[in-house]
Design a protein around this ligand. Structure first.
Ligand code: NDP
Length: 303
C-alpha cells in the first residue's frame, strides 16, 4: 500500500498535548473511582542514582500525584542486594493499597532484572514487563500493554485510525519497546518488519515503510532520505548529546531532515516521552479497576 491518505505531510505530532488530554480523562476516571472509595496507588522503585532514571522517576511521581493517585516512592542505594529488592517487591505485592508496581530500569548489574520483573504480581504489573503480560500480548489476549509501545500506538492512531495493511518497520528489538511494539502493529493488521543491528540495507528497508518506529538509542541515526514521503515516523529514542555545551536531547531520527519528508513525525523531546508517562497512569487505573472489581469504560479500552 502506498501513501497514507489522511496524514498531512510534515505534521509534528504533539505528544505533550496528547498526553495532557489523556491525563485529563484519567483525572476524571480517578475522581469517579474516589466516589467508589478507590484511590489508585502506584509504587515506584529506583535503585541507585542514575541521573536520567532519577528524572524519569520524579516525572512519573509528579504526574501520578497530579491525577490523584496515592504514590509510594522507594529510593534504594546502588548497593541494594537482589534479595532485599525481591523482599520489597513481595511486600508491595501484598500491600492492598498498591495497584501498580514500577521498577525503574536499568537496575545495577549485580541484580538480575528478569528475575525482579518476574517477581512483580502480574495483577500489579503496570509496566507490562512480566512474562505473563508479554505472553498475553504475543498471543493476542487482553492484558497490560507496555507503556512506551502503547504510547506510540495511541500517537499513531491519533494521526491515522485505520492502519491495517500498511507496512511498518520497527527498528530495535528490545523486550520493553521493539518487540511489544511489533506485536501491537501486527495486532492492528500492519505488515511488520523488525529491524536490528544485524539488519542488511536498513535505509532501504525503512524506505518501504508507511510507519517507522525508531527505538535504537543512537542519536539521529535515521536520516531524512530513509523516510518514504508521507510516512508516519515515531521516534522513541532519547539521547543526550553536546554534553560540553550543557547537553540537549535528540531522538534516533534526524528530525529536521525527516520532518520535510514524513507525513507526521514525533519530536524529541515532546513526543513519545510524555505520552509514555500518561500510559503508565492509564495502566495503573486499569489495574486498580481490575483488582477492585470496578468497571470504568475508558481505561480498559485497547488500541
Ligand atoms: P536497547 O538498547 O535495549 O535496544 C536497542 C535496539 O536497537 C536493539 O535491538 C539493537 O539491536 C538495536 N540497534 C542498535 N544499533 C542499531 C543499528 N545500528 N541499526 C539498527 N538497530 C540497532 O534499547 P531500548 O529499546 O531500551 O531503548 C531504545 C531507545 O528508546 C533508547 O534511546 C531509550 O532511551 C529510548 N526509550 C525511550 C522511552 C520513552 O519513554 N520515550 C522509553 C524506553 C526507551 P540488537 O538487538 O541487534 O543489538
Amino acid at each position: 500500500m502506498s501513501g497514507l491518505g489522511t496524514a498531512n505531510r510534515g505534521t509534528r505530532i504533539n505528544g505533550e498535548a496528547a498526553a495532557a488530554q489523556l491525563r485529563s480523562q484519567l483525572k476524571e476516571a480517578v475522581a469517579d473511582l474516589e466516589h467508589r472509595g478507590v484511590t489508585p496507588g502506584l509504587a515506584v522503585i529506583i535503585v541507585g542514582e542514575d541521573p536520567a532514571s532519577s528524572v524519569y522517576v520524579r516525572n512519573k511521581i509528579r504526574r501520578s500525584v497530579e491525577v490523584g493517585f496515592r504514590s509510594f516512592h522507594h529510593e534504594l542505594p546502588v548497593s541494594t542486594s537482589e534479595g532485599d529488592l525481591l523482599s520489597l517487591i513481595l511486600r508491595l505485592n501484598d500491600a492492598p493499597d498498591v495497584d501498580g508496581i514500577l521498577v525503574q530500569l536499568p537496575l545495577p548489574s549485580h541484580i538480575d532484572s528478569q528475575r525482579i520483573l518476574a517477581a512483580v504480581d502480574p495483577a500489579k504489573d503496570v509496566d507490562g514487563f512480566h512474562p505473563l503480560s508479554a505472553g498475553k500480548l504475543m498471543s493476542g489476549s487482553p492484558g497490560v500493554v507496555p507503556c512506551t509501545p502503547l504510547a506510540c500506538m495511541l500517537l499513531i492512531r491519533g494521526v491515522k485510525k485505520e492502519i491495517g495493511g500498511l507496512n511498518a518497520v520497527v527498528i530495535g528489538r528490545s523486550n520493553i519497546v521493539g518487540k511489544p511494539m511489533a506485536h501491537l502493529l501486527l495486532r492492528s493488521d500492519c505488515t511488520v518488519t523488525m529491524a536490528h543491528s544485524k539488519t542488511n540495507s536498513l535505509p532501504s528497508v525503512c524506505r518501504a515503510a508507511d510507519i517507522v518506529v525508531a527505538a535504537v538509542g543512537h542519536p539521529e541515526m535515521v536520516r531524512g532520505d530513509w523516510i518514504k514521503p508521507g510516512a508516519i515516523v515515531i521516534d522513541v529514542g532519547i539521547n543526550r548529546v553536546d554534553r560540553e555545551g550543557g547537553g540537549r536531547l535528540v531522538g534516533d531520527v534526524a528530525f529536521h531532515e525527516a520532518e520535510n519528508v514524513a507525513g507526521a513525525i514525533t519530536p524529541v523531546p515532546g513526543g513519545v516521552g510524555p505520552m509514555t508517562i500518561a500510559c503508565l497512569l492509564r495502566n495503573t487505573i486499569q489495574s486498580a479497576c481490575a483488582r477492585r472489581g470496578v468497571f470504568l469504560p475508558f481505561p480498559s479500552e485497547d488500541p
